[in-house]
Design a protein around this ligand. Structure first.
Ligand SMILES: Nc1nc2c(ncn2[C@@H]2O[C@H](COP(=O)(O)OP(=O)(O)OP(=O)(O)O)[C@@H](O)[C@H]2O)c(=O)[nH]1
Ligand SMILES: [Mg+2]
Length: 470
């Protein structure tokens, strides 16, 4: 629909032959019939011009609205589901990296801060582990602690705690700004729609997007951990590599290397003043999702350039799952992520095994009548973690006795659990539907790019078949 104005543009009053130029026309006191008429004509002309401008603006707004609606109709609509830490937000980042790399790039420095907060979290985990060993009666006790630890460990702990205190005060200030509900970066979560990325961008010093990412400090000095990391780099690396610290950490579970957002092995590269996160760093950065986040972005290149993605990412902890259902409607595919974490417990409930929890969730989804028409694709994510666990000698039968004496290798273990998911899918689906599953490692960005392109194609084909995309 186009909004057309009936009036045509009137001739300019100054060009009208009926209004001869004379000095009174411009004189304030020369008000005359002639000038009054001219004023009216001029006002009318201005009004008409304004109306025309408004009409054009409305036209272009309507056109933009129409385009948006068209894009939305053609959008690829995906819902990411799965327990907390299953990798949903990492999938989202991979989608953005694959289909909207410029958009992904524009957020690079925002992720630097999250990665730095992740590192502060890991340092705190080490200090806590040391404190439990060396100061069992609290930080003011003179007790040397467990017989396994030396007096020098206690001194080391106290020295590092003091040396790194500026980092902890920056952590506290950053969290107040980003995630006021959290006091520790290890629990850092941001509410959907809180606009934390925008907040960080706004706080950044004027970054010129035409420049490559550089050493420019992103935050005001009091809020920027970068200089402190750069100054303490060698001490932090030595602390992390200290043999006594490593001994203490070896006795603890979960292994610090298995915790999300672990970057201590990369300190020599990251704790520098000109650190810019790599794509892979960004995928590995950890921040918990709270609530439901809807992400919309345009495909930036290729034959589908300018078509839209709408990806809904949800928080996966148990108490958040009730909020998923309203988003089941109107999606073309649900990607369900289920890491084969047979040897781990949920963070929010240490009595519940993660794999069992994923199976429960899967059963609920398969049997859900609201989802009878939905395309559900299952991803056994974190395959690299499974492989490293099995390589380290973790035995499946210790956690899942029915696994028995089957070979404790990746193909057998994967098939064993995949069959369980397949059986529930067949038994509980209200109507027969194909069982689609893939094994992934969301931190392997190259393979993810290929896989996600395939997933998108499949989703589009499916919709073409149903006529929705035409
Ligand atoms: N090693 C490894 N780490 C992964 C993989 N997928 C995700 N991660 C990491 O696991 C952590 C948790 O991933 P997220 O994507 O934040 O998990 P989530 O499902 O969004 O979790 P919630 O937001 O709490 O529901 C992050 O640090 C990721 O980098 C994977 O395949 N392998
Ligand atoms: Mg998340």
């Amino acid at each position: 629909m186009s909004l057309k104005m009936r009036s045509s543009k009137p001739k300019s009053p100054t060009s009208s032959p009926s209004l001869p130029q004379n000095t009174f026309q411009t004189s304030r006191w020369g008000a005359s019939i002639t000038s009054g008429t001219e004023e009216r004509v001029q006002t009318r002309a201005e009004n008409a011009e304004q109306a025309l401008k408004l009409s054009k603006e409305i036209d272009s707004l309507l056109q933009e609205g129409r385009k948006q609606l068209e894009r939305r109709k053609k959008a690829t609509k995906i819902l990411l589901l799965g327990q907390s830490e299953s990798g949903k937000s990492s999938f989202l980042k991979n989608f953005q990296l694959t289909f909207a790399p410029k958009h992904f790039d524009s957020e690079r420095l925002v992720w630097r801060i999250i990665i730095q907060l992740n590192i502060i979290g890991s340092i705190k985990t080490i200090l806590d582990a040391l404190a439990e060993e060396c100061e069992p009666l609290g930080p003011y006790s003179s007790n040397a602690g467990s017989p396994n630890t030396s007096k020098s460990a206690l001194l080391y702990l106290r020295r590092m705690r003091f040396a790194l205190s500026p980092l902890f005060s920056i952590e506290s200030d950053l969290l107040k700004m980003l995630a006021p509900d959290c006091t520790d970066s290890r629990d850092m979560s941001v509410r959907a729609g809180a606009g934390w990325k925008t907040l960080l961008r706004r706080k950044s010093s004027n970054h010129d997007p035409s420049e490559s990412w550089d050493v420019r400090p992103m935050l005001t000095p009091e809020l920027d951990p970068t200089p402190v990391f750069a100054a303490q780099r060698d001490d932090i690396i030595a602390f992390w590599n200290d043999s006594e610290v490593q001994d203490i950490l070896r006795r603890r579970k979960p292994r610090i290397r298995d915790t999300p957002g672990f970057f201590l092995d990369d300190l020599s590269r990251i704790a520098v003043s000109n650190y810019v996160p790599t794509d892979s760093d960004i995928i590995r950065a950890r921040i918990k999702t709270m609530g439901v986040e809807e992400h919309t972005f345009l495909v930036e290149r290729g034959r589908d350039a300018n078509t839209e993605f709408m990806i809904t990412d949800v928080g996966g902890t148990r108490h958040q799952r009730a909020s998923w259902a309203p988003f089941f409607d109107d999606v073309q595919a649900i990607l369900f992520l289920a890491p084969l974490a047979f040897n781990q417990m949920l963070e929010e409930d240490s009595k519940v095994n993660r794999l069992e929890d994923s199976l429960y969730l899967w059963r609920d989804l398969c049997g859900n009548r609201l989802l009878v028409q939905a395309n559900i694709i299952l991803f056994f994510n974190k395959m690299d973690v499974l492989a490293s666990n099995l390589a380290a000698g973790v035995m499946v039968k210790k956690y899942v006795p029915t696994f028995g004496d089957l070979p404790n290798d990746v193909p057998t273990v994967t098939k064993y659990f995949k069959d369980k998911f397949r059986i529930y899918h067949k038994k509980l689906s209200p109507e027969p539907r194909p069982f689609l599953s893939y094994e992934t490692s969301a931190i392997d960005i190259k393979s993810m790019g290929v896989l996600l392109s395939g997933v998108r194609e499949a989703i589009l084909r499916q919709n073409l078949r149903h006529g929705d995309m035409l």
